[in-house]
Design a protein around this ligand. Structure first.
Ligand code: MN3
Length: 241
């Protein structure tokens, strides 16, 4: 099967768009509910690879439970929580911009739904480096690529309890690193750190406990082997517009 067809069958509008340009892009951007990452709030997207694709860094059993149980439950609960509310047909950005008035069920499950979609897409068995553009911006902001990784890793390692580490672009187009608790993210009006998410790392125990038990730092170090820099670079370019 051709790559494009394969990706399309998986429901990966973005990847197909990136490969083909043109007609698919037009089709997707005409829908009001689909935004920067072609994010459809009414659809549970397919995992963009097999459960075992990220072995040995992230094991197949963890991926299966994480995607098919944890992530799916967030989606189902989000769908139930937002149904019949004024935000039901809003974009995910609009929902997060008003999240303080949407209630805890929408906040926790909407965040859980969205954050994992970003997370799956920024992982890949084939991990290259960032684009020249992003690479230069990371070096400028953090000193070097290694220093960026160290700062991001520290943010992930020091998040107390459950949450997420982020590389994000602030409204004044600066790269920044930070973490959010629970299923919050940088698009939420309640978040202390705000901007467009570029790279996400799930540091809930369910993301690593089967393989790494309590050794979160080992999981974080392994994560760098499976970062989909192509996707992170695409998001950066998109967010700069
Ligand atoms: Mn998770």
């Amino acid at each position: 099967m051709e790559r494009r067809t394969f990706l399309k069958n998986l429901g990966l509008g973005i990847a197909a768009t990136a490969v083909s340009g043109g007609s698919v892009a037009n089709e997707l951007t005409t829908s009001k509910n689909i935004t920067m990452e072609n994010f459809n709030t009414h659809e549970f997207p397919a995992l963009p690879y097999a459960y075992n694709a990220l072995e040995p860094y992230i094991d197949a059993r963890t991926m299966e439970l994480h995607y098919d149980k944890h992530h799916r439950t967030y989606f189902n609960n989000f769908t139930a929580a937002i149904k019949g509310t004024p935000l039901e047909n809003s974009t995910i950005e609009e929902i997060f911009a008003k999240i303080s008035s949407a209630g805890d069920a929408v906040r926790n499950n909407g965040g859980g739904f969205y954050n994992h979609v970003i997370f799956w897409k920024n992982l890949s068995a084939k991990s290259n480096g960032p684009s020249q553009e992003l690479s230069a911006a990371l070096a400028k902001e953090f000193g070097s690529f290694d220093k960026f990784r160290e700062a991001f890793g520290n943010s992930a390692k020091t998040r107390f309890g459950s949450g997420w580490a982020w590389l994000y672009l602030t409204s004044d187009k600066k790269l920044a690193i930070g973490s959010t608790p629970n299923q919050d993210n940088t698009l939420m009006n309640v978040s202390q750190i705000k901007g467009t998410p570029l790279l996400a790392l799930d540091v809930w125990e369910h993301a690593y406990y089967l393989k790494y038990q309590n050794r979160r730092p080992e999981y974080i170090d392994a994560f760098w082997n499976v970062v989909n820099w192509e996707e992170v670079s695409r998001r950066y370019k998109e967010a700069l517009k």
